[in-house]
Every structure is written in C-alpha cells, then in structure tokens.
Ligand binder design. Sequence first.
Ligand SMILES: Nc1nc2c(ncn2[C@@H]2O[C@H](COP(=O)(O)OP(=O)(O)OP(=O)(O)O)[C@@H](O)[C@H]2O)c(=O)[nH]1
Ligand SMILES: [Mg+2]
Length: 428
Amino acid sequence: MSRESVEFAERLKAARERLVATNINDAALAVCISGLGRLEEALRKPLRVVILGENNSGKTSVADLLIGQGLLPTSVVSNTHVPVMIAHAEQAAVYGINYEGTRIRIDGDDDDDALTDLSYRALQVFLPIAWLRGFQVLDTPPSVSPAMFVDDADIVIWCTVSTRAWTESERAVWAALPARCSRNALLVATHKDGLDTEDDISFVTQRLKSLTAGQFRDVVLVDGESASDQDAPSDPGWSGADDLRAAVSRLASDIMDRRSQKAEKIVRRLARLTFHQFAVDEVRPEAVELLLRWEAHTRRLLELLQQEQTTVPEAIEALLAAYAVYAEKLRPGVVRGDDTISATASRALAAPVRWPRQTTAAARLVQTLASDLTGLLRMLSGHSSFTDPTVRAEYQAARAIVLTLADLDGAFDALGRMMGSSLVSEQV
Ligand SMILES: Nc1nc2c(ncn2[C@@H]2O[C@H](COP(=O)(O)OP(=O)(O)OP(=O)(O)O)[C@@H](O)[C@H]2O)c(=O)[nH]1
Ligand SMILES: [Mg+2]
C-alpha cells in the first residue's frame, strides 16, 4: 500500500470517528458516517492474488514463497485438487467447504485422519502471518479453467516452468482470459534452479520479457524448492521470494492508489450531499426570510443566464458578491472572520479567477456554485440556534469536517483553474 493511500484511509477514519463522537442525531450525517465506514472497509480489504498455471507448474510453491516458505500446512501442499484460499487470522485454522456450501473445520485435534480434500469443493487456510493482512492468496487446481478464478482477482500470477517456459498451450490459455487480467499480472517462472548458470537465468528472463511484452507487468524467476534443496546457493535472495513480493507490492501500490483516488471522489460527493442536507431544519427563524431572498436572487440570476441576458463571468461575480452580503447579514464578520466556513468562502472570493465566455459547461458550473453557496449560507443560518455552547461546538465541528471532506476549497480552486484554462484555450 502506498503512503498516500494509507494516509487517506487514516484521514477518513479520523473524520468518521470525530463525526460519530459529536453524537449529533441527523439523518444526513448518519448516511455520511456509514458511507465513510463502508469506504474505509473497501480500502482496507486485502488484495486478492490469484495463482494460475498448468499442472505441476509450481503454483502451490509460489503461494508458499509469497507467505513465507514452509508456512503452508503440508496437508495442502501437494497436488492441489480444489481451490485453496489463504488468508489472515489471528489463529491458524483450516476449513473445508463441502458441496452444500457448509464450512467445516478440518484441522482440529480430534481429526487425526489425513486430509482428503476430494470431499470438499474448496479449502480455506487461515494463518497469523502479517503479510496476509494486506493480501489474500488463491491457489488454484489445474483441473478447473483459470477463467473461473479471475473475476474477482486484483493481481494475477501465472506460473510457468523456467526450463520450458511459456509454451504454446500456456499462451493460448492466457490469451483466452479477459484482457484486463494483464493489467495487474506477473509471470513467475519457477524451477530457476533447473537453469545452469547466471547467464542462462538472465537469458530466460529477457526472453520471457520480450515474448510476453504487454501481457504481464513483470517477470520474476523463483526457486520454489530452495528451502529443501541442499545444493541451492546460500545467497538469501536466491529463492526469488523477495523479488516476487517486491513485484506484488508494486502492483498493490498502484491498485491501492487507484482505489484511493476513486474513494476520494466518492467522499467528496458524499460530503457535498451531506453538507446540503445537514441540519436543514436548524435554520434560525430570523434567517429563513434572508435565505428565501437569497434563493430568489440566485434563481433570477440563473434565469438571466439561461436567457443569455447576462454572461457567465457576470453571473459568477454577482453570485459571489451577493453571497458575501448575505453571509455578513447571517453572521456578521464571517466573510473576514477566521472560521472554516468563512475561510473557505473568502478564498473563493479572493481567488484570482479569469472568467470563461458562455458555454454550457460553464453555465452548469454556475448552478453548482449557486447551490454550494446556498448550502454554506444554510450552515451559517443554523449555527447559533443552539443555546448550549457544547452542542453548538459539536455542530460546528461536524460542519467543518463535512466541509473539509467535500473539499470545497479544492472545488473553488478547480473552478478558478478551469476558468483560467478555458480562457487560454479560447485565445489559442
Ligand atoms: N526444483 C524445483 N522444484 C519445484 C519448484 N517449484 C515447485 N517444485 C516442485 O514441483 C512439484 C510441483 O510443485 P507444486 O508447487 O505443487 O505445483 P502446482 O502447480 O501447485 O501443482 P498442481 O497443484 O498439482 O497443479 C513439487 O514436487 C514441487 O516440490 C522449483 O522452483 N524448483
Ligand atoms: Mg498446487
């Protein structure tokens, strides 16, 4: 996981916990809190590494290398008949899933019989290994088509035997898999110990890289048997386990960054919805009249824009100027003040924006701006309705968090940038 995505997940968690701690009973806030929780869960979900390859190509040995050589229970090591899922748990355990879908623990003390996985359709192995907190490994049986396993794969590893790597049949099977498999795929060539010299190793590596260019993100050679092989070089890097894990980590970082970027977008949207809905009933009675006037004012401006009686730049300037007036009326000093809302708004007012000419996209932007400003004003209208200073402070804290998550500052900056660039492109 990259540092940014870890930090992002932490930030979400902190924001959610602080929102929960406000103890505010508000429907919009509740939706926001549960949405943030679900996103955190999705961000924390271990990545699924699916190991594919032909019969005896070293798939199980590669799974073993990934989690730490020799850590897989011997009962699941040889001849994989059914899919084996390896995941993290504080206590080691092995389960069989029978054909009715029931999960049966099969490593208990009372079960002395050798494990016959033929009576199960899948096995689940849980191990207290730190690496498995971020990854789930699926070791697949050669008897089932690889296509069955790739749907929910985050990372796909194809195992091939170094000494006869990337055969015609392997090529055909790989080519038949959905193209998206290649995006996060590694080609792992096992039986590196079957190659005689360092030159042979680099020759095979280069050959595989050029043969499979564009189909895998990386090629790694490993010796899955080095632990039990007396003749294996004593070099700790020889097995290739470190290279393999490094390659998996690189893919994982990219995936996590993409996940976080998607999550950031969702958080912004969720927080925007929240801030428009949050405490809508809390508007002070004396502020209602002002808000109604503001809404009528923005409606008129938007109509004028639609009828092309005003331009986008004029409409934006009018909106921001009116916003400043109404904000001051609702909470004197707010436009010059230093709390979160005013800081957000005043930055928008102070932003050195260059306005674009009339475009549909720009008109839509004006509408969004108008509705965001309405939301901000509504927040200002609700603030002081609570006489209890503690409750008021909690509402203020919740609003500040939601505003930060909604990244209105970022939205205003983007507005400025977009306007700047659209002006430039019109000049070209
Ligand atoms: N010398 C050597 N033997 C290996 C290597 N990798 C795997 N083997 C051996 O090759 C045999 C097959 O390895 P597995 O890891 O079970 O292969 P698999 O693809 O999981 O096999 P199936 O699940 O039956 O398809 C085993 O006897 C392993 O000990 C390697 O890098 N070098
Ligand atoms: Mg196997």
